[in-house]
Design a protein around this ligand. Structure first.
Ligand SMILES: *Cc1c(COP(=O)(O)O)cnc(C)c1O
Length: 395
């Protein structure tokens, strides 16, 4: 079982096994009563106490702590190289829990390309609570010093970014921000801990939309925060309990089931995305392909250094502009027109209108000739033919 305080979900043995092994075993002992090899879905909302105020195994009420959640938290924390992990009801609930640690008057710097919902949460919800934000071009980390003010507390970044697939140098950015006395949060949703571990590059906290690659099968909404900072961890345990946006036992079970195959899925996502990016590069309807694995990509060198693979997300721009983008996304057969990403099936979408409408008019606005695909793990030949036949509709 996990050592230490179960509410902090520490996983002490994380160093002794390789990633693939920990994905399957970390935090998931066999059921001591039956020998069952799968962590049970623990549905109990309350737990017997030996005496007043003396819960048997540290569990008293399921919002505060739940065994399935703790197993999942220990597993994913281990994969991020974190001492502490905290599961929430969605990626945005996880982000909200982290943002609640800021007091009114604080300012957040954020990368000028980010998931639309993250910007909406920071700007529209936390903005009302007296927290301001400013976007900065993180491809030039030296700009952080100019944008930093006496009230800036936090720098928030994604890499690769959604949907422009921008790459930022986590280590360089953390060095500058720590110099300035701030903290860095990295949204690691696109890379997953299999390809990139931001804490080892200096980040103070990592967040995930577990809805994407962690769950991996488009059947669970979830969020996660991993950290080695004990103060942040304690505050997150408090917020899980005090606010209550926790992940349910069934959702934790599904996410943990997904994590077991994360390494093999990511290998295939990367391989398929790489082949598709090459095909798109040579297609004459396309003006640019945004994939960090391509040598012409702005962040290719940094990605090659800080990631062990380039991921399964590819964006590209069409010479025919918005009409061409709109025609393409309705003519694929295997690539399903849908929001979200990171699951076994391939998806296609038009970010300016679908996932990123909430950033229109802001510094984070995305071009309307852009199409984003989430490359699944189907047969690469089927995926290539599907895109080729759909591209024929735009000439
Ligand atoms: C989807 C997503 C989120 C939000 O997560 P939810 O689980 O949908 O709340 C945050 N960041 C990124 C990069 C995402 O793709």
């Amino acid at each position: 079982m996990m050592g230490g305080d179960p509410l902090l979900s520490g996983f002490e043995d994380s160093e002794s096994y390789e990633f693939e092994t920990r994905a399957i075993r970390a935090g998931q002992p066999h059921d001591p009563r039956t020998g069952g090899v799968v962590t049970p879905i623990a549905l109990a909302t309350t737990f017997a106490q030996d005496a007043i105020g003396h819960p048997k195994n540290g569990y008293e009420y399921a919002r505060t702590g739940n065994p399935t959640r703790h197993a999942y938290q220990a597993c994913l924390a281990s994969l991020e190289g974190a001492n502490y992990g905290h599961a929430f009801a969605s990626g945005l609930a996880a982000e909200d829990a982290l943002l609640r640690q800021l007091s009114p008057g604080s300012e957040i710097l954020l990368g000028d390309d980010a998931y639309g919902g993250t910007f909406r949460l920071i700007d529209k919800i936390h903005g009302k609570m007296g927290i301001s934000n400013r976007a900065v071009d993180l491809t030039r980390p030296e700009l952080i010093r100019d944008s930093w003010s006496a009230n800036t507390r936090l720098l928030w970044l994604e890499t690769p970014t959604n949907p422009m697939l921008g790459i930022f140098d986590i280590e360089a950015i953390c060095g500058i921000v720590h110099d300035l006395g701030g903290q860095v949060v990295v949204d690691n949703t696109f890379a997953t801990p299999y390809l990139q571990q931001p804490l080892s590059l200096g980040a103070d906290a990592v967040i995930h939309s577990a809805t994407k690659y962690i769950g991996g099968h488009s059947d669970v909404v979830g969020g996660f925060v991993a950290t080695n900072d004990e103060d942040i961890a304690e505050e997150l345990v408090f917020i899980q309990n005090a606010v209550g946006a926790i992940a349910s036992p069934f959702d934790c079970y599904l996410a943990m089931r997904g994590v077991k195959t994360l390494p093999v899925r990511m290998d295939r996502h990367c391989e398929n995305a790489s082949q598709i990016s090459e095909m798109l590069m040579s297609h004459n309807a396309i003006s640019d392909v945004l994939y960090p694995g391509l040598s012409h990509h702005q962040g290719h060198q940094i990605a090659a250094r800080q990631m062990s693979g380039f991921g399964g997300m590819v964006s590209f721009r069409l010479k025919g502009g918005r009409p061409a983008a709109e025609t393409l996304v309705v003519n694929t057969k295997l690539f399903t027109l849908a929001e979200s990403l990171g699951a076994v099936e391939s998806l296609i979408e038009h970010p300016a209108v679908m996932t990123h409408a909430s950033v229109a008019g802001s510094a984070l606005e995305v071009p309307d000739d852009l199409v984003r695909i989430s490359v699944g793990i189907e047969s690469i030949s089927d995926l290539l033919s599907d895109l080729e036949q759909a591209l024929n509709f735009i000439g």
